[in-house]
Write a protein that binds this ligand. Structure first.
Ligand SMILES: [Zn+2]
Length: 194
């Protein structure tokens, strides 16, 4: 099944569907278009009925298209999380997906006005992600975008909404726990040496 949504915003959660990117065993969570539409429902971007209809229509090319968006989003926000400029090529890919989404989006009232998508175009599973990415890029808070600090190379992306901006790990019971165990082990080793 899918990971806990620790990104804090749809675009970063989507980037994290390639898990453990810099570890010895990166794990692809989207193997088919059906996986993509199921993830989109899991993330609350479409409802379950829409996910099922899209899964019946989406194909390998649609999956590749969404994965290209995901990889561009990862490149852009990993750079931002490391206080570097986002690569222009990746930004261009995000922009192109956003532009495509805007050709079919409807602006509708809610608590705030929002972009809504209807119909059964397979792009619908990932259009909200492109909207989320552009919203974060244009509206921030970019200084809260972080890369998981786990030494094993998780490099999961998340929005640090903690009050003092001190969050370092994707999840406290995942990478946060690993780091804690490592710290305790090295303290014990140090204690034995003295
Ligand atoms: Zn992590």
């Amino acid at each position: 099944m899918f990971l806990e949504l620790f990104g804090g915003v749809a675009c970063l959660d989507f980037a994290n569907t390639m898990d453990g990117r810099a570890t010895a065993h990166p794990e692809e969570l989207l193997h088919s278009y059906a996986d993509l539409s199921a993830w989109s429902a899991y993330a609350g971007l479409i409802d379950a009925g829409t996910a099922a209809r899209l899964a019946a229509r989406g194909n390998e090319a649609d999956l590749r298209d969404a994965v290209a968006l995901r990889e561009a989003i990862f490149e852009v926000f990993a750079a931002i999380g490391r206080k570097r400029a986002a690569p222009a090529t990746a930004l261009g890919v995000v922009q192109a997906h956003y532009a495509q989404a805007m050709t079919v989006a409807q602006l509708v009232p809610g608590d705030e006005y929002e972009w809504r998508f209807t119909g059964d175009d397979p792009g619908r599973a990932s259009w909200p992600v492109a909207v989320s990415a552009v919203r974060l890029l244009a509206g921030g808070p970019l200084d809260r975008v972080k890369v998981c600090a786990a030494e094993a190379g998780c490099i999961g992306l998340f929005l640090d909404t903690s009050k003092n901006r001190s969050r370092r790990w994707c999840t406290m019971d995942g990478c946060g726990m690993d780091a804690k165990i490592q710290r305790q082990a090295s303290r014990r080793q140090a204690a034995r040496r003295t």
